[in-house]
Design a protein around this ligand. Structure first.
Ligand code: UTP
Length: 297
C-alpha cells in the first residue's frame, strides 16, 4: 500500500459568499484569532505527517503563497530591531512544510481545481483539504483518515451528520455500515440533493483521501451542478470503479468560507487560545449576564 505523502489544498475559488471582504483579500487569509484560516489547515497537514502541500491558486491569491514564503526584507528589519521572538515565529511558518503552487486559470469548479494537481501528485494516493474548511479535533482529521486508510486501503471521504432540512447544501453520501468504527461503505453520492430525494444525513466535508485514478475520472467529468466540474461526480465514479469509504470523523468542522461558520470558528478557537481564552470567556460571560445566552463556565 502506498504511503500518503502529499496534500492538495484548492484555494482558487472566488469567495463570493464573503464579499465584500474577499474582493481584494483571499478568504483563506481572513484571520481566526491570530492566524489566517489557511495556516490552521496547513498545520493540520503537518500534524498528520504529510511531506508536501500542493496549493491550487489563481490570480489575486499570491498573499497565500507569500504567507508560507521567507521574506528576506522583513527578516532583515526584524533582525536589526532585535525582534527575535517574532523572527522565530515567522521562520516557523516558512519552515512548516514544502509548498508547491499550481495555477487554475479559470474557476471551473472544485473537480477541475483538483485535476490541476495531476502532474505534481503522479501515481500515488493523496489528501485533499478545502482551503476554507476548518476542523478542530484532538487527533487531526487527516491523521484519523490516514489511520483508516492503513486498514482499508481505499479512498475515504470525511463526513458529518447534518439536519435533514440542510442536506441540499452538501454533497450527500448513502452508505452501509462496516466493521470499522464510524465507517460506511459508499453506495451512492449526490451533490446538493433536492429536498426529499435522499434519506441520508451524511454530508461530505472538505477532507478527502483519494486514489490517483480520480484524475482520469475527472478528465472525463462533464460540467454538472452550477456549470462547474464537480468533484462529487468523479467521486461517485471512483466509488463504483474501486470502492470508497465514508468516515464520520471525531471533531468539529467549521465552514470558514461562510460568514456564520467563520464567526463560530472565531468564538470556539478564541475560547481555546492559551492566553486569550480566559479573558475572552470572561468577556462573553459579562455580555451574557442578562441570562439570555449560556457560555460554558
Ligand atoms: P467553494 O464553493 O466553497 O469556494 O469551493 P468559492 O467558490 O471560493 O466560494 P463561494 O461559494 O463563491 O463563496 C470549495 C473550495 O474549492 C476551491 C475554493 O477555493 C474552496 O477552497 N475552488 C472552488 C477552487 O479552487 N476552484 C474552483 O473553481 C472552485
Amino acid at each position: 500500500m502506498k504511503k500518503i505523502r502529499k496534500a492538495v489544498i484548492p484555494v482558487a475559488g472566488l469567495g463570493t459568499r464573503f464579499l465584500p471582504a474577499t474582493k481584494a483579500i483571499p478568504k483563506e487569509m481572513l484571520t481566526i484569532v491570530d492566524r489566517p484560516t489557511i495556516q490552521y489547515i496547513v498545520e493540520e497537514v503537518v500534524a498528520s505527517g504529510i511531506e508536501e502541500v500542493v496549493l491550487i491558486t489563481s490570480a489575486g491569491k499570491s498573499a497565500i503563497e507569500n504567507h508560507f514564503d521567507y521574506d528576506f526584507q522583513l527578516d532583515t528589519v526584524l533582525k536589526e530591531k532585535n525582534k527575535s521572538t517574532l523572527r522565530e515565529e515567522l521562520a516557523n511558518i516558512s519552515n512548516l512544510i514544502d509548498v508547491v503552487s499550481v495555477r487554475q486559470k479559470e474557476p471551473l469548479g472544485l473537480g477541475h481545481a483538483i485535476w490541476m494537481a495531476r502532474n505534481v501528485i503522479g501515481d500515488e494516493p493523496f489528501l485533499v483539504l478545502l482551503g476554507d474548511d476548518l476542523v478542530r479535533s484532538k487527533v487531526p482529521c487527516c491523521k484519523q483518515m490516514i489511520e483508516l486508510y492503513n486498514e482499508v486501503g481505499e479512498s475515504i471521504v470525511a463526513i458529518q451528520r447534518v439536519p435533514k432540512d440542510q442536506t441540499f447544501q452538501y454533497g450527500i453520501i448513502e452508505g452501509e455500515e462496516t466493521e470499522q468504527d464510524r465507517t460506511f461503505k459508499v453506495k451512492r453520492m449526490v451533490e446538493k440533493p433536492a429536498p426529499g430525494t435522499s434519506d441520508s444525513d451524511m454530508a461530505i466535508i472538505g477532507r478527502y483521501l483519494l486514489m490517483p485514478e480520480i484524475f482520469d475520472l475527472l478528465s472525463k467529468t462533464t460540467p454538472g451542478h452550477g456549470g462547474e466540474i464537480q468533484l462529487t461526480d468523479a467521486l461517485q465514479a471512483l466509488s463504483i470503479r474501486r470502492g470508497m469509504y465514508a468516515y464520520e470523523f471525531i471533531g468539529n468542522r467549521y465552514d470558514a468560507g461562510d460568514k456564520l461558520g467563520y464567526l463560530k470558528a472565531i468564538v470556539d478557537f478564541s475560547l481555546e487560545h492559551p492566553t486569550l481564552g480566559g479573558p475572552f470567556k470572561e468577556y462573553l460571560q459579562t455580555i451574557c449576564a442578562g441570562g439570555k445566552c449560556s457560555v460554558p463556565s
